[in-house]
Ligand binder design. Structure first.
Ligand SMILES: [Zn+2]
Length: 263
């Protein structure tokens, strides 16, 4: 091989590498998932506690040809202007004992909420879903059996997301998400909904602690995470009864998110 030819080959290889890298970069870029409008994190939200779900970095690189329109942000239309609103949300139900108690407290204070239900709980306790909806609340999907969606096979993940409760809103169990989870949620015609304030009611820290956490951290347009399933929720119910009149006195209203469940 002449030196000239070797140099020519070397140059060719280098050019190929550069083009290849650029292509890989470009492809990687376009493959980046669209930010879930979903997180509905408001820019004014101070990240008060470490338990607040990490905000996804908004990316401007939406794929040029999105095959399906994702469901709209379920809080956007409700959280406009200076109107003070908080979005209450309850996970892991419906529970035959605790869900009606939560509904009773919400009704007592003229508040509504969004219930992120499990398919398995809906099947085990028929009729509760209808009760939740009849009271003016909305329902989101929280999968079928509450697995960590980032740690299971693609087939299982797909089943948990596509075959769970019917809704346009989806909250991944444990808030555990990644590009694959988000892609499945979007392909299923749903939008990912996380939360802003987590008073850790599931750990039963005491009614006072739950109430204090909510009152300290809740800011306008925030989504608050609580539970109506998964065990004894007496502290959650008592804390809800305590904070709602205080927040109401501060001017807040409590609309349910726009999560259509196809009814
Ligand atoms: Zn959950």
């Amino acid at each position: 091989m002449s030196r000239k030819f070797a140099a020519f080959v070397a140059t060719g290889v280098a050019v190929a590498i550069v083009i290849g890298s650029l292509l890989a970069l470009a492809l990687g870029h376009t493959r980046q998932p669209k930010p879930a409008a979903a997180t509905t994190q408001t820019s004014t939200t101070p990240s008060a506690t470490p338990s607040v779900t990490p905000t996804e970095t908004p990316s401007l690189s939406a794929p040029p040809s999105t095959p399906r329109r994702p469901a709209p942000d379920p809080t956007a239309a409700l959280a406009t202007g200076n109107k003070k609103v908080l979005f209450l949300s309850f996970d892991d139900g419906p529970d035959p004992y605790w869900t009606p108690k939560v509904l009773q407290i919400l009704a007592k204070h003229g508040a509504h909420a969004t219930f992120f239900e499990l398919g398995a709980m809906q099947s085990a306790h028929p009729g509760l879903r209808e009760q939740v909806l009849a009271a003016g609340n909305t329902i989101g999907s929280h999968s079928i059996t509450h697995p960590q969606l980032t740690a299971i096979s693609a087939a299982k993940r797909h089943h948990e997301i596509f075959d769970g409760p019917k809704s346009t809103c989806f909250r991944p169990p444990y808030g555990a998400s990644n590009p694959k989870v988000r892609a499945d949620i979007k392909a299923a015609g749903m939008v990912q909904v996380l939360w802003d304030v987590d008073p850790r009611d599931w750990a039963r820290p005491g009614t006072q602690a739950i109430a204090h956490n909510i009152l300290t951290h809740a800011h306008n347009h925030n989504i608050i995470l609580m539970h109506d399933g998964g065990g004894d929720r007496s502290q959650t119910v008592a804390a809800l009864d305590k904070v709602l009149p205080i927040l109401k006195a501060q001017g807040y209203t409590f609309p349910a998110m726009n999560c259509s469940s196809g009814l």
